[in-house]
Ligand binder design. Structure first.
Ligand code: MEV
Length: 316
């Protein structure tokens, strides 16, 4: 039996624009998804999860597989793509336990894909390099979502804080400390649908939407400089949120959380991830408890987030 885990994430700056080649700043958080796999004697794949909305599914990759719930699609594609890359396969019992709410904008899909890829490679006695795991994970997201940047799968693999630059096919580690509170609306949403929504908006209105994407890129580059110098990033976070509202990916509830967090003393706040529900982050070098209370008073879940240095790993 093998158990692996990978961290969830918060996008600090640059979501959506990163799908169009602009940079993103992303941090791994200390909430992880665990994947336990055991080899079977037959070719069946059985996936079981206590925490995800859908509890159980069973299929064989040798046959045409049925359309699975979105969260299990990531696991199915991770299996298919990794078996194909390693040119080996086997039947598996897979058990997923998650400390990250599904479809919350906190990277559960990337974390489950990356932890699954490592677990499969270990079950087949192979050692994939982290770079290969991240690359295969990105392929999984592309397959399931249609369009995806390498941001979420890179952070689930490497941990820490990364400046991801898809146009250069590169990412750099950023050494910084940042105090955050996460607010989760409780409203699940689909990254695939939100990425598609922005794509259609951009296709219909390129002269309006392209400059917004450019501006998000500029805000992200500036935020990187300030983070590296240990300077305040609050104002830039607010600006990033306004630009995301202009892309139409916030909701009334999400923006209410964002503005209430500022009223309670956050130095900046924005939605994080794809939007459409999901989560927001508040930058809280001070007033953390007040911000948590403001989020909870709105009936939402507040989490203090620590940046996790560790990416994907095999559990002892
Ligand atoms: C989702 O966490 C972030 C998006 O930018 C999509 C992506 O980067 O693939 C919305």
């Amino acid at each position: 039996m093998i158990v692996t885990s990978a961290p969830g994430k918060v996008i600090l700056f640059g979501e959506h624009a990163v799908v169009y080649g602009k940079p993103a700043l992303v941090g791994a958080i200390d909430k992880r998804i665990y994947v336990r796999v055991e080899r079977r004697k037959d070719e069946t794949i059985e996936i079981f999860s206590e925490d995800l909305k859908h509890k159980k599914t069973s299929f064989s990759l040798k046959n045409k597989t049925p359309q699975l719930p979105e969260e299990f699609e990531y696991v199915k594609e991770a299996l298919a793509i990794t078996f194909d890359f390693l040119d080996k396969s086997c039947g598996l019992d897979i058990k997923i336990s998650s400390g990250i709410p599904p479809a919350s904008g906190l990277g559960s899909s990337a974390a489950v894909s990356i932890a699954t890829i490592l677990a499969i490679s270990k079950s087949l006695d192979t050692n994939l390099k982290d770079k290969e795991i991240a690359r295969l994970g990105h392929k999984v997201e592309l397959k399931v979502q249609g369009a995806a940047s390498p941001t979420d799968t890179a952070i689930a693999t490497f941990g820490g804080v990364l400046f991801v630059e898809p146009s250069k096919n590169a990412f750099e580690r950023i050494d910084c400390s940042i105090s955050l509170v996460i607010g989760y609306t409780g409203d699940a949403r689909s990254t695939k649908e939100l990425v598609k929504k922005v794509k259609l908006l951009k296709e219909r209105n390129p002269s309006v939407i392209d400059p917004i994407i450019e501006d998000i890129g500029r805000v992200t580059r500036e935020a990187r400089k300030r983070l590296e110098k240990g300077e305040d990033i609050g104002e830039l976070m607010n600006k990033n949120h306004e630009l995301l509202e202009a892309l139409g990916v916030s909701t009334k509830k999400l923006s209410t959380l964002v503005y209430k967090a500022r009223e309670a003393g956050a130095m900046g706040s924005k939605l994080t991830g794809a939007g459409g529900g999901g989560s927001m982050i508040a930058y809280t070098p001070k007033n953390q408890e007040k911000v948590i209370k403001a989020i909870e008073d709105l009936g939402c879940m507040a989490l203090k987030a620590q940046i996790s240095k560790e990416g994907v790993r095999v559990e002892k």
